[in-house]
Ligand binder design. Structure first.
Ligand SMILES: NC(=O)c1ccc[n+]([C@@H]2O[C@H](COP(=O)([O-])OP(=O)(O)OC[C@H]3O[C@@H](n4cnc5c(N)ncnc54)[C@H](OP(=O)(O)O)[C@@H]3O)[C@@H](O)[C@H]2O)c1
Length: 369
C-alpha cells in the first residue's frame, strides 16, 4: 500500500463526498484531488489540551471534506505535528487511508521539543551544535537555517512526529527570514543546496514534493529586501533537477486583507510583470493560501459590500469563500483547533466557489477591506 497521497487515493476521498461537496470544492493539482479548504495547525498553546483539540479538529476536518493538512516542526514546539499523527491514527481506525490526504510540513526555524527548555541556548548547543548538525555560519537571524544537514535532520524528526514514511509536501519555512542578513547570492546558493537535498529526499521517497512557505517574500514589491521572484526560485530547482523538478508547492498569505497574490504584479515573466497566481500557473506550481482568516480577524466585521458580493451566512464563510474562489489558489488554509470551527467552515464544502461575477463584484469599488 502506498504511504503517501496518490491520484487514486485522493480521487476516492473526493468520491466519498459525491452529492455533498459542491462542484469546484475539489481541484486537481499535481495529479492529486485536493480540497479548497485545508486545516492549519499553527496557533495555540503548547499544552496537552490543545494537542487533543487539534487531533479532534483534524479528524473532524478530514471527515467533513478537507484532505489538506498543514503543519510545521516548530508549530507549538513540535506538538502540532504529533497531533497530526494522532489524528491520522484515528482516521485509519475510521477507514481513511493514508493515500487520501495530503500531509504538508515545514522546516527551517530552530525549535525546542514539546516544552520551552530552561536554557534554550544550552538545548540548541547540545542537540544541534555538539552533534554537528548545525555548523559555524549555518544559522541566520538567530533562528533559521536551510543547511542541508539541518534540513535532513528536521525532515527525519518531522517524519517521526507525523508518523508517516513519506511527507507529501515539505516546505522550506519562510526562507526570506535570512534575507535581512544574508546577501542574495549566498541566499540563492543556500536555496539551491537545500533543493539538492530535497530532490534526493524525493528520490528516496521521504517526500513527494517540496516548496516554500513565505510571509512577505512573494507579496513584496521588487525592491524590498525580503522580496523573492518565483521564477528565480524555480530556476534554481531547474538547475538542480531539470524541468521535471519537484518544487511544486508554494504557500503565501492570501485573504481579504492581503490580496497581493492576485492584485500585485510583482513577478517577472518574460518582459512583463504578473501577479503570483499567474506566474505560479505558468510554472506549474500549486499555490496554497495561508492565514485565510488573517489569524481570525476576518471572521467578523466585514464591510457590507463584501456581504452583498458574496452572500453566505457569516463573515468567516465570506472570508474563506474569497480565498477559495481566488483564481489560481488551490487550497485556503484555515487554522482550526476547535471542532465547532471545523464544522462551521467546512459547511462551505457544500457551496461552489464564487462565480467570476460574484468575485469581480468585490473589486468593483476598487478596494478591499
Ligand atoms: N509562513 C507560513 O508558513 C505560515 C504563516 C501563517 C499561517 N500558515 C499556515 O496557514 C494556516 C492558517 O493560518 P493561521 O492559523 O495563522 O490563521 P487563520 O487561519 O487566518 O486563523 C486561525 C484562527 O481563526 C480561528 N477560526 C477558525 N475558524 C473560525 C470561525 N469560523 N470563526 C471564528 N474564528 C475562527 C481559529 O480558532 P480556533 O483555533 O480556536 O479554532 C484560529 O484562532 C496556519 O495554521 C498554518 O498552517 C503558514
Amino acid at each position: 500500500m502506498s504511504s503517501f497521497a496518490t491520484s487514486d487515493g485522493t480521487k476516492k476521498y473526493a468520491a466519498r463526498f459525491a452529492g455533498r461537496a459542491a462542484a469546484g470544492h475539489f481541484r486537481e493539482q499535481q495529479g492529486l484531488w485536493l480540497s479548497s479548504i485545508g486545516i492549519g495547525t499553527y496557533l495555540g498553546e503548547a499544552d496537552a489540551r490543545t494537542d487533543q483539540q487539534y487531533t479532534e479538529a483534524i479528524v473532524a476536518a478530514v471527515e467533513a471534506g478537507a484532505n489538506v493538512i498543514d503543519s510545521a516542526i516548530n508549530y507549538r514546539l513540535q506538538r502540532s505535528e504529533r497531533s497530526v499523527r494522532a489524528a491520522l491514527e484515528e482516521l485509519a481506525r475510521r477507514g481513511f487511508a493514508r493515500e487520501e490526504v495530503l500531509i504538508c510540513t515545514k522546516g527551517g526555524f530552530l525549535t525546542p521539543d514539546s516544552d520551552m527548555p530552561a536554557d534554550v541556548n544550552e538545548y540548541f548547543q547540545r542537540e544541534y551544535v555538539a552533534t554537528d548538525i548545525l555548523r559555524e555560519g549555518d544559522v541566520a537571524a538567530g533562528c533559521h537555517s536551510m543547511a542541508p544537514l539541518f534540513i535532513a535532520d528536521q525532515l527525519e524528526r518531522s517524519g517521526r512526529n507525523l508518523g508517516v514514511e513519506t511527507i507529501d509536501v515539505y516546505y522550506l519555512h519562510n526562507p526570506e527570514t535570512q534575507l535581512g542578513e544574508v546577501p542574495r547570492k549566498m541566499f540563492n546558493n543556500r536555496v539551491r543546496a537545500a533543493f539538492e537535498f530535497l530532490e534526493s529526499a524525493v528520490a528516496a521517497t521521504k517526500i513527494r514534493f517540496y516548496g516554500m512557505t513565505t510571509w512577505n517574500a512573494f507579496r513584496q514589491t521588487e525592491n524590498a529586501q525580503d522580496y523573492l521572484s518565483l521564477a528565480a526560485m524555480e530556476s534554481l530547482a531547474r538547475d538542480v533537477a531539470g524541468a521535471s523538478h519537484h518544487f511544486r508547492f508554494v504557500q503565501l498569505p492570501c485573504n481579504l486583507g492581503m490580496t497581493e497574490a492576485l492584485t500585485r504584479s510583482n513577478q517577472p515573466l518574460d518582459a512583463r510583470r504578473v501577479p503570483m497566481v499567474e506566474i505560479a500557473n505558468k510554472l506549474g506550481i500549486t499555490l496554497v493560501a495561508s492565514a485565510a482568516l488573517l489569524q481570525g480577524q476576518l471572521s467578523r466585521g466585514l464591510p457590507s459590500f463584501v456581504v452583498s458580493a458574496l452572500g453566505l451566512q457569516n463573515d468567516a464563510e465570506r472570508a474563506l469563500q474569497f480565498v477559495r474562489s481566488t483564481p489560481g489558489i488551490t487550497t485556503a488554509l484555515v487554522g482550526m483547533s476547535r471542532v465547532e470551527h471545523v464544522r462551521a467552515n467546512l459547511a462551505l464544502a457544500g457551496v461552489s466557489p464564487a462565480s467570476r461575477d460574484e468575485f469581480s463584484r468585490l473589486f468593483e469599488r476598487g478596494r478591499t477591506p
